[in-house]
Design a protein around this ligand. Sequence first.
Ligand code: CLR
Length: 390
Amino acid sequence: TEGSSVPPGSKGSWASFLKSITSFSGDLSSLTAPPFILSGVSLVEYSSYWAEHPSLFVAPAKEKDPAKRALAVLTWFISTLKQQYSSRNEHLGSEKKPLNPFLGELFLGRWQDEAGTTQLVSEQVCHHPPVTAYCIWNGEHGVRLQGYNGQKASISKALTIHIKQIGHALLHIDEFNEDYLITLPSLHIEGVYGGAPYVELNKSSFIQSSSGYTAKIDYSGKGWLSGKKNSFTATLYHEGREKDPLYTIDGQWTGSFSTKEGKSKNVIASYDPAKHPLTKLVVASIEEQDEMESRRAWQKVAHAISKGDMDTTSAEKSRIENEQRALRVKEKEDGREWNRFFFTRAKSDPVLDALAPKLGEIIESDKTDGVWLWDAEKAKNSKPPFKNRS
Ligand code: CLR
């Protein structure tokens, strides 16, 4: 086909993959895709995209003025979108199908830079449906982000995959005892037919602060004004006063953007990703890792995928799946459930219940097997290998 990125030897398997996706709905992890589109990285690693710029992540804690603080949160949030939604394209040439994390799978690491130490714990808290929970914190600056998310997918006739993210993130700033509820944008995947998928963000997402500010981020594929892809416009306003923005930000979430005061054209800040290099996450070597840690657990699968060895890939995947199945059977027999390492299931969360109604946001906890909360007690008691590294 014209403009196809499918390797010559994979045309047939891609055609049957396309056929298989026209008839599915819901869980993307169930799809069997040809090797060229697979990545050896598990979805549990994606939580790290939230803090690859630790300085921007902690910046709000230093801001005394509450409106400017909310603006710093919004700026950090927008800066994460490039990593979240386009880094696979940049590094791997297209969006890829990540490994489907098993229950209890962990991804642990830390960033060490001018912002001090920022830590990451990401855990797969549910397998059916897939749900990942995470906590990212910087103790020195007193900033903590926790959240969980799953995805619901559907496909249109034109082979566009539509993804609704279920879940949210909560940012807490100790110094001001402030909370920010961050909703997650829906997205769609284009370029599937030609074998070069990429993400576009849809509609809007919000950030609501306990201090009374709301940020609304509007995404538009082609850009209303500029005609550029990955465009957005964001406004920050006093809760309920959307028509009266304090700040407006616009640009591209994959590129640069500028901040203006009110509705004026007066630029007060601009952001260029080229001027904000990422801090590399430090992850323990595979030998040091626990068996539940992602890169160790998937080591053989990742290696086989990188070599394009499909037989080993599926053999090693099946081995993990069978082990998991056996664990679930055993738990059922014993009348217990898998004990999550760092998170606890709850019916609700008071912080969430206070902020979500302000956005008209409905918490669909039935779709994520509950609301998942960081459990400091559990974290303290977690096995030694994890402790040594925090
Ligand atoms: C996961 C949570 C992150 C943001 C994020 C970015 C890209 C999304 C990913 C989430 C979920 C899985 C995803 C991915 C893009 C493509 C991939 C939807 C939401 C799917 C499973 C791959 C589809 C298969 C292709 C062959 C088309 O914070």
